[in-house]
Design a protein around this ligand. Sequence first.
Ligand code: GDD
Ligand code: MG
Length: 345
Amino acid sequence: MKALILAGGKGAHLRPLALQTPKPIVPLANIPFLFFQIDRIKRAGITEIILSLSYQPRKIMDIFGDGTQYGVIIRYTHEEEPRGTAGAFKAAENLIDDTTLVLNGDVLTDTDLREVIQYHRGLGPEATIVTARVMNPAGYGLVEADAEGRVLSFTEKPAEDDVTGDTINAGIYVLEPSVLGRIQPTGPQSFEREIFPAMLHEGARVQAFLTRAYWQDIGSPAKYLEAHFGIMSGRVKLPAHPQRACPPNSWEKEQVSIDRFSILDGGCVIKPGVVIENSVLGEDCRVEEGALIRDSVIWSGTRIKPHAQIQRSILGRQCHVGEGARLRSGTVLGDKSIVSDYSIV
Ligand code: GDD
Ligand code: MG
């Protein structure tokens, strides 16, 4: 069996972070996101992976190459014009000859994909959709299923009045090749808005597999931050990831306070009096005297001047936060942003 990862979206809701870094490779705990998915797929015993790209494909291909470094075989499809989720699957038709695992390229989960595949094989539907329970289903695809897990309805991004349940499409499918026959050969088409509703309308068998494992998408800054909290709290495991040579971090242990949840990549310089709690810092960050970083994610090469305070914020690469500046909850800075001394954001 092969897996196909849908990784061609523009990541519009993750702007400004995804402007220079396409969403599939934004760092999660300093690891390009798709590593997490490749790792889960590998653990399910699948070693042939198709990456379906559209937006900034080069940057993604440069990282993953042909996959040998990670013990998998990676092939690519590339749409000049995005063809939507189903159109992207159709664009890979010549690489697909069997039942296929399809994943949205922005969901982080500990779901045992082997179990999902076994469930699909055991029941033999044309499609299995992994579902998850969430507090607020409005921004997702709402899935209704009967007691046996047979899907009754699929409503993408329901209006508030139409939110009848809490079970959503987790963005992971097992699809029979016959689904390809339902997708037009050209032009954009969506699984969620077109193909799944049409299949249900025609009475095709579609099963739901409800996951109870950790599940979180990273499609917006708040969710991206939430996924980091999932990792730092140990609710989701870090993937096996090829080690790279990192310069050592530099700080005097007695003079700084860095809690055990925080993750710092190599080459960071942390000055005395700094407090870092529940946060991730990328490579080569510099945090100066008395600064505070709490519940935040900071990408590589960023410089934080003395006594700055950063809470529940996300900072892109090579930002500069001035002395005494305060970044309050919800701040998101794109790469190379500059916050001047004593500013409040
Ligand atoms: N190749 C390709 N081409 N990939 C695409 C395209 C395209 O035209 N459009 C979207 N994708 C990829 C995105 O990169 C992402 O990984 C995945 O398909 C889903 O697209 P999103 O844009 O992230 O959709 P969403 O988050 O609004 O909703 C989807 O995910 C939810 C779960 O997080 C839907 O599948 C919902 O039903 C689901 O609940
Ligand atoms: Mg998404």
